[in-house]
Design a protein around this ligand. Sequence first.
Ligand code: NAI
Length: 470
Amino acid sequence: MNEHSLDLVIIGGGPAGYIAAIRAAQLGLKTALVDKRPSLGGTCLNIGCIPSKALLTSSDHWHFIQHQAASHGIHADDLRFDLSAMLARKDKVVRTLSGGVDLLIKKNGIARYRGTARVTAPGIVDVDVENEQPVTLRADRILLATGSVPVELPQAPFNGGTIVSSTEALSFTEVPRQLAVIGAGAIGLEMASIWRRLGAEVTVIEFLPRIAPGCDADIAIGLQRALEKQGIRFHLEASVTSVDSVDGRPVVRADCKGQPIAVDADRVLVAVGRRPYADGLFPHDNSPETDKRGRFIIDAHYQTTLAGIFAVGDLVQGPMLAHKAEEEGVACVERMAGKAGHVNYDVIPGIVYTNPEAASVGITEEQAGELGMKIRTGRFPYAANGRALAGGDTTGFVKLIACAATDRLLGAHILSPHASELIAEIVTLMEYRGSAEDLARIIHGHPTLSEATREAALAVDGRAIHITRS
Ligand code: NAI
């Protein structure tokens, strides 16, 4: 039996785990990283954020050529796309990035084990290494970062073919003629966008009265309108009752506002959320305590209810976002090393990478109402922004939320192309407890989309320049 003693064993090589491993190595901890996937990077890099962005970009180019190029005076004949080349490019992006992560792990002197890990006793991790002898790793500290997996609907269980999760939907080898998407969260909307742009008829079935849960209501409505213009159909307040097979094709049946509906499809994507994934990690019934949603209960140091066992990322409470997981991984190991690692949970941006993109940080207007907070809002449309007009896309707006008493920025919600990049400025300002007035006094390059952000800050005080007060 191979045995190794370390300072820290990290289980899970996604954004939480591999970044924590690098930070731990920087801090001088003798660290091992265990993951059963052949390539590091977890869901995000292998089957999530990165491949979806590759396909979103490719399909967006196709959409632009088909629908917008002519307005720029550009005409291209005999247009076609090659889906296999698109998928190959996506896979290459993933390979390049995961190769980079491998190199970083190696250069930082981190011991990498490829295999399935189990915590068999406090301080002991057994790893079934593929095609090799099992390995036992001993460490006073074990960090769990095994992420999450898609939630399965009992009435529409995954079958890898007609009823699938986002993993398969990132690799359809043919554009479905009809795609039904259950769930209008980030995954549902991003996947719906990719396949709609490539020609599928897409119908999204959502349980709630609006799309993009957690987004500001104005943003959700604006995004829905924009996606409907692109041809995506929505059934809201619809609860899926079954997915039947009729002549070998799935039919999604749902109750929509009291009426039965049926949506024909070649493929059904179920995107109704993800659940923490710690299956089989504790084979001897010795698991730390979890909450009702299966998330490990942790203290301020990310320590679970078992001493020496820590958990971060999708395994614990908070939004299931790669950047939140990364920060937790770093904060957790910094605390292990006696440093003051910290995550500011009030300032975590969230982005839906549709076109337009929906990006937000901080509270929504509705949340402010629920919390009884007195706020002022400022809004500015891209229709009044020179760069947006010059670029040919004026969809969307910026909405800022500031404290009525102090003017401190409490939230920002942006619907626009490039909103994912534009939100970073507000994240920075909020991190430093900036006010709408601070933002309004910062010089922004002209002409840029970011000027709309500044104008929205001016609008908080009723003094936006390029729009009149109604
Ligand atoms: P989600 O929780 O964001 O959205 C799921 C949607 O499905 C909700 O709107 C919910 O009301 C709906 N739903 C649930 N049960 C349903 C039913 N039976 N019938 C119809 N609708 C139903 O989950 P999603 O999109 O699967 O994403 C999972 C996690 O991954 C989320 O935490 C998300 O934030 C994260 N993620 C983030 C991305 C990003 O930051 N761009 C991209 C992809 C995922």
